[in-house]
Ligand binder design. Sequence first.
Ligand SMILES: *Cc1c(COP(=O)(O)O)cnc(C)c1O
Length: 414
Amino acid sequence: MTKTTTAPQSPRRYRPATELVHGGTIRSGFGETSEAMFLTQGFVYETAEAAEARFNGADPGFIYSRFSNPTVAMFEERMARLEGAEDARAVASGMAAVTSALLCMLKAGDHVVAPRAMFGSCLYVIEELLPRFGVASTIVDGTDLDAWRAAVRPETKAFFLESPTNPTLELVDIAAVAEIAKSAGATLIVDNVFATALHQSPLELGADVVIYSATKHIDGQGRCLGGVILSSKKWIADHLHNFLRQTGPSMSPFNAWVLLKALETFPLRVERQTATAARLADHLAGQHGIARVIYPGRPDHPQADLVARQMRAGSSLIAFELEGGKEAAFAFSNALRLIRISNNLGDAKSLITHPQTTTHQRLSEEARQALGIGGGLLRLSVGLEDVQDLIEDIDAGIAAAGVAAGRPRVAKAG
Ligand SMILES: *Cc1c(COP(=O)(O)O)cnc(C)c1O
């Protein structure tokens, strides 16, 4: 059996759907069809000389599963082929990916720039955790390119952003921010969870590092946590590899196996979820009691031009605001029978979130206002159900929200 401790040996050979079925497979001597799950902590060596060669790098085999395991390596290579990245490392969760990507390259005295509109835990890492270790940060409006430029200092080492953002599906112009990062000598790290690798390629837009929570669309079936960091071989060798090896936020081989098999159906799932989301966004936009629908892919998205330039397709997420505030939003959510209330996303099951009282509860009311997170805002993660069943569920939610907002019942549009 041949193997390596690092992910990609070659760039993508086939188109993504093909790589997601075959890419990175390492077959053992048994010639198994489906990828094997190597639940082993360590590896044995035939001789003392063989152990020495493994440790001094003359033989690039596996040493210890904290930093190298065949099942995890298969997942890493498959992800690298999907992204078109030179190299990848898998970690225990999306937040392990965010934290590791930042900590591995920063030191006291450095400075980071990031937008306010960000996944809540990412904001914690940048605004609260990094400053404890002497890394300063400036939080900007991500859509304001002048604000990015003005935030740059001589000691700025990293830019961090997500696009589309959680939960209001606002875009950041990745290519433009990448230019600013380049002239500042800063590394641009993009959290690409909401767009997915299928619909947006930050590395092609000029980013240096891409991270994912594999917990979301990559698993897509609500089972395992996971995270991935993708970049050049050089960045991973210079910054990330040793950090992960010595600190150990490792992905379990069991989770890697689940995620590896999930990648085989990843394009089928994401395409279907996106197509259904587009239909639901259009349906919602025509209803009484819906103040606004934010969906990248609709012509009324505030940044429709940027969506067209930067993304290959829309999103499996929809944000919408109900007239009648929190009361209407709660009535809507409570009336749903099929769509479940949950803070997760990217799942086969459609899930609804009220950001103000859950994922963004920690923020001040002022900060939420600045992000457009009001009481009436809901975020819908679209699953794999039949679109007609979802429409019927949503209609029940709209009717209940209307009653809560004191509106007389109206005949259903369409
Ligand atoms: C979920 C998520 C994360 C964190 O991922 P976990 O796997 O839950 O740790 C980071 N960024 C974004 C945009 C996410 O949606």
